[in-house]
Design a protein around this ligand. Structure first.
Ligand SMILES: Cc1ncc(COP(=O)(O)O)c(C=O)c1O
Length: 361
């Protein structure tokens, strides 16, 4: 039976990425060797790394604009501390927008390095909106925000204008919508949602903001060292980088970010329209801040959960239960999830309406 995978991450990737990466495990580039057993310094793997780095910049429209793309280890969580290590001056300060669990994780790490100003937080409302009314201190070394809040289902639709460097955690919406990416000085994202296999983190950094902190930075945490080593300072996560390259190639063939954004908008509209129309469901976040990647919703009557759960499971849907911080359901509709899968969920919601409406509970 066809599965409709709504997992929040690791999550669905294009079928051709699964097929090509499986083939590369058995025989990479017709070499008779697996991608898992060749040197990361071999010509074939160096070509993978070079293309993945170049394609990431190309798709973001950042080629030739002073940016470098790196594929590092450690997940987005390691960037929570690499960012202050590389950007916060000794005795400096940083500004953070607190829009959810991951943002507050980044704040916690920054506090180990120096003064960390939280410019605004939606924590009191269980992060169900994106604050917009705040001032960024002009003397901070950088401003950090999270473009998409995977757990709470909110997404920043615009970004503040400021003269200080802007750092953005785009783990759960990178490559999903057209933005002027040059408004950011650092973009980072764990690979395991819109990009590839878990194990690699994409970091896109504007080179001229580096080297200004006066801090001694351990080599593995130093962006400049990784840039100099062309993202091969040590053995890179070869398979995760290869799967990321395949996904980026698929994205380019699918019309790039602009092409996928059209489909993403259609998927989000289909699902949110049903949540709003169907009297048995309600959304959890302020309408204008709704994420186009993670759609969070609740049942009006929680007691009907067993009925709904049985229907979506029977339809081949997986990964739908919400995160414990929100409850209910979370449909992660990342780039690789087809529109047809969203239609299956919407049909299940309509079916549930009929069944629940006809039954006495
Ligand atoms: C927005 C965001 N930031 C950071 C993380 C942490 O990523 P990782 O597990 O790669 O450290 C996640 C994980 O889901 C996330 O969604």
């Amino acid at each position: 039976m066809k599965k409709h995978n709504y997992s929040a991450g690791p999550s669905i990737l294009p079928q051709e990425v699964f097929e090509k990466s499986a083939a590369a495990i058995l025989d990479f580039n017709h070499s008779g060797l697996s991608i898992l057993e060749i040197s990361h310094r071999s010509k074939d793997f160096v070509a993978v790394m070079e293309e993945a780095r170049a394609l990431a910049l190309e798709l973001l429209g950042l080629e030739g604009k002073g940016y470098q793309a790196l594929f590092l280890h450690g997940g987005a969580s390691l960037e929570f501390l690499m960012v202050p290590y590389n950007l916060m001056k000794e005795n400096g300060k940083a500004a953070y927008l607190d829009t959810g669990t991951w943002a507050s994780g980044a704040i916690k790490e920054a506090k180990l390095f120096g003064e960390t100003v939280v410019v605004a937080s939606s924590k009191e409302q269980n992060y169900n909106f994106i604050p917009t009314d705040y001032t960024i201190p002009a003397d901070a070394d950088y401003f950090h925000c999270t473009s998409n809040n995977t757990i709470f289902g909110t997404q920043m639709k615009s970004f503040p204008k400021t003269d200080i460097p802007v750092v953005c955690d785009m783990s759960s919406d990178i490559f999903s919508r057209v933005l002027d990416f040059s408004q950011f000085d650092v973009i980072y994202a764990g690979a395991q949602k819109n990009m590839g296999a878990a194990g690699a983190t994409l970091v896109v950094v504007k080179e001229d903001i580096l080297g200004k902190t006066g801090r001694a930075i351990p080599s593995m945490l130093d962006y400049e060292k990784h840039i100099k080593a062309e993202s091969m300072y040590n053995t890179p996560p070869v398979f995760a980088v290869y799967a990321s390259l395949l996904t980026l190639q698929w994205l380019k063939q699918s019309g790039g970010i602009a092409g996928i954004e059209k489909v993403n908008n259609e998927k989000a509209a289909l699902l949110y329209n049903e949540i709003d129309r169907n009297p048995f469901f309600k959304g959890t976040v302020k309408a204008e801040d709704r994420s186009h990647m993670n759609v969070t919703f609740l049942l009006e009557n929680e007691e009907l959960a067993p009925v709904f759960d049985e229907l979506w499971k029977r339809a081949g849907i997986s990964g739908l239960p919400g995160h414990r911080s929100v409850g209910g359901y979370r449909a992660s509709i990342y780039n690789a999830l087809p529109l047809e899968s969203v239609q299956v969920l919407v049909d299940v919601m309509k079916d549930f309406e009929t069944k629940a409406g006809n039954t006495k509970f």
